[in-house]
Design a protein around this ligand. Structure first.
Ligand code: NAD
Length: 479
């Protein structure tokens, strides 16, 4: 049984959960403790006690700890990637890539601990000096989803610690393995007891307790829109700081002048890799009429070559869906698309076992064509390997459709026209814009986040993370 980390002690929970491999549902990865509300409060109390000391720690202490965490993650990336692929279903190379990203994030924020700076300004009053400094927020609650089991925890935990906060971390119920492994590494990094706490458990119990407890000064959340709304309401009611990263319905535009091979590669990567389970996935492809038929035929051909199989097997292109609920939701959307009159070009069916007879949540990647912008498959986040293509007359119509969504996380375009690329970068209503690149796949040292219904609050990652994980103080001194 893997335990929770509370106040520097590993403790059992009143209940436990079984971590199951979605590539082979007979494979039990392990049992993990589930905390209850009382244990969550104990973790919050431990963080509150530890916050003051850590807030006054030196940049060198923070650097040393974060650098050690990053080094160990990188040194163990094959093993941790294997665990991630086994519990989440991301194919092994992508899983190892995610672990590498997590290690690099800790390294980056080790440096940020040293780089934290303030400002010294002249006052408008004679004889007065003004200093603007950043201080830790205090106790931060971090709530994460299942689709990036180590990278998202890393991009919240690392800046939280680098900027001197104490952490209560609640990972998603489906992927406790990567979270526990990360917590175990952090527990040996030299960070004082109570500064970092792991509380695995249910959202409605552990998560809800974190939202309501006044000792938690800030909540950083990534997950669905519905849960994000709950986080926002709870935090506003007690004036806690909060940051939300939520869903997407990211468009990918393909223009007549695009390089067809580039467009197909981008669309297949963004739509289907990681089983379509990325918030930056593009599930809406908007294609101008001159290239439309060639593009749809080429994507369909490529899909047929993709191997859907065990996430850890060499040669697998697409692993399983994360669990039975997500698989049922994907299949339901395939049916909705057909009922709405879209043309299912290929895929869309469940594959109950892989070629070796392993029972898993496999699904053939689905491509829809002849879809209308108002169809639910074009307006709602599916979060699976389901992509729909819309045909448009020209760039202007494509841009209009790309922006015609309540979401605004990522937006992409395939074009060889500098004019269209430049215009799109400026006018795409999204936090991240990609030209001739997949919408999914981002760097770890620059801001990440969206607009409209996809995000709320300051950006995550890079030096911009300081906006959320610190609070600014303005000090006036008369000499
Ligand atoms: P989810 O909202 O179901 O769960 C996210 C987290 O919130 C989990 O840890 C869960 O236990 C917790 N939670 C659930 N109910 C809660 C409550 N009442 N109070 C407090 N916490 C609660 O989301 P999910 O299914 O794990 O993740 C998929 C979603 O995440 C998708 O919508 C996807 O787009 C989004 N996502 C967004 C980004 C981004 O950066 N924008 C990145 C990854 C995933």
């Amino acid at each position: 049984m893997k335990q929770n980390l509370i106040g520097g002690e590993w403790v059992d929970g009143p209940r436990a959960t079984r971590n199951i491999n979605p590539s082979d549902t007979r494979d039990l990865i392990g049992e993990y403790a589930l905390a209850d509300a009382a244990q969550t409060k104990t973790a919050i109390a431990a963080a509150e006690t530890a916050a003051a000391g850590w807030g006054l720690s030196t940049p060198q202490q923070r650097f040393d700890a974060l650098d050690a965490i990053g080094s160990e993650i990188l040194a163990r990336k094959a093993e941790l990637g294997d665990l991630l692929a086994r519990e989440e279903g991301k194919r092994l190379p992508e899983a190892i890539g995610e672990v590498t990203r997590a290690g690099n994030i800790f390294k980056f924020f080790a440096g940020e601990a040293l780089r934290q700076a303030g400002e010294v300004l002249g006052s408008v009053r004679p004889g007065v000096g003004v200093e603007v400094t950043r201080e830790p927020v205090g106790v931060v609650g971090l709530i994460t989803p299942w689709n990036f089991p180590i990278a998202i925890p890393a991009w919240k935990i690392a800046p939280a610690l680098a900027h001197g906060n104490a952490v209560v971390f609640k990972p998603a119920e489906l992927v406790p393995g990567s979270a526990w492994a990360l917590a175990e590494i952090i527990s040996r990094s030299g960070i004082p007891a109570g500064v970092f706490n792991l509380v695995m458990g249910r959202g409605t119990e552990v998560g809800a307790t974190m939202l309501e407890d006044k000792r938690v000064n800030a909540i950083s959340f990534t997950g669905s829109v519905g849960t994000g709304q709950r986080v926002a309401a709870a935090c506003v009611s007690r004036f806690a700081k909060f940051q939300l990263e939520m869903g997407g319905k990211n468009p990918f535009v393909v223009l007549d002048d695009a390089d067809l091979a580039v467009a197909v590669n981008c669309a297949v990567d963004s739509g289907f890799f990681s089983t379509g389970q990325r918030c930056t996935a593009s599930s809406r492809v908007i294609v101008t009429e001159g290239i439309h038929d060639k593009f749809v035929a080429a994507v369909a051909e490529r899909i047929k070559t993709l191997k859907v199989d065990d996430a850890r097997k060499a040669g697998t292109d697409i692993g399983p869906v994360v669990d039975d609920r997500q698989l049922a939701q994907n299949l339901e959307y395939v049916k909705i698309g057909q009922d709405e009159g879209a043309r299912l070009v290929t895929g869309g069916q469940a594959i109950p076992t892989n070629v070796d007879g392993q029972p898993g949540y496999f699904m053939a990647p689905a491509l829809f064509a002849d879809t209308a912008p108002t169809m639910r498959i074009n307006t709602e986040e599916i979060f699976g390997p389901v992509v729909s293509v819309q045909k448009v007359k020209n760039y202007d119509e494509a841009l209009h459709l790309a922006n015609d969504t309540p979401f605004g996380l990522a937006s992409g375009i395939a074009t060889t026209s500098l004019k269209h690329a430049t215009h799109f970068k400026r006018h795409a209503q999204a936090g991240m814009v990609m030209v001739n690149l997949p919408t999914a796949g981002v760097d770890y040292h620059v801001p990440f986040g969206g607009r409209k219904g996809s995000s709320y609050g300051p950006r995550e990652q890079g030096k911009y993370a300081a906006e959320f994980f610190t609070t600014v103080k303005t000090a006036y001194t008369s000499a």
